[in-house]
Design a protein around this ligand. Structure first.
Ligand code: HEM
Length: 169
């Protein structure tokens, strides 16, 4: 597969934002397709082989209830039949579970955001000057299953994630 990439954070810089690998087996599937393609736009950057950094936007609230990120990751393959876009992820805490939604994958005007996965979000140990939340038990939603051609069932496990934000003054 061919990949388009931008530069990541400099060594020693904390990668503020959402760090997520989406689903490794899916990325591996696209990588082994002869015509598979991955591209990264709108500020997202790859960190290593399996993680994408989606930088935080100003819409992220300080109360830890809504985390909004920019970035747009697209997978293509099978002569154009496969197209998956994960863009503008937003994590919203709803009671004891959180939901990660994405922009409408087909960029339709006025289309609703799509809930992609639900997860357990808990604050964890952070480096100096930062706060960290860890997302575990990341599970595909029904709407998310449709985006993957119903190959995965709702409840399919996706990669764990982390959110790293600068400590408010
Ligand atoms: C020409 C049409 C397609 C063909 C021939 C095809 C073929 C296959 C095959 C053979 C596998 C299992 C083998 C492997 O892992 O390499 C697979 C897995 C999969 N396909 Fe497709 N596929 C097609 C279209 C699509 C489309 C449109 C989607 C939508 C996103 C999709 C999503 C998936 C997913 C999510 C998996 C499972 C990957 C994993 O986690 O292991 N496929 N497909």
């Amino acid at each position: 597969m061919t990949e388009q990439q931008a530069d990541g954070p400099a060594p020693g810089e904390i990668p503020f934002g959402l760090l997520w690998g989406i689903k490794r087996s899916f990325v591996a599937y696209v990588r082994r397709m002869p015509d598979g393609q991955g591209s990264i736009h709108d500020g997202a950057v790859p960190l290593g082989e399996n993680t994408i950094l989606f930088p935080a936007t100003e819409a992220t609230s300080t109360d830890g209830d809504t985390f909004a990120f920019r970035g747009d990751v697209r997978f293509r393959g099978h002569g154009g039949m496969l197209f998956v876009r994960v863009a503008e992820p937003v994590i919203t805490v709803r009671g004891d579970r959180a939901e990660l939604s994405i922009a409408d994958p087909y960029a339709r005007v006025d289309a609703d955001r799509v809930p992609l996965v639900t997860l357990q979000l808990a604050e964890g140990p952070a480096p100096e000057g930062a706060r960290v939340w860890l997302g575990s038990d990341v599970r595909l939603t029904e709407a998310g299953a449709v985006l993957f051609n119903d190959v995965y069932q709702p409840g399919e496990e996706f990669e764990q994630l982390s959110v790293i934000l600068p400590l408010a003054d």
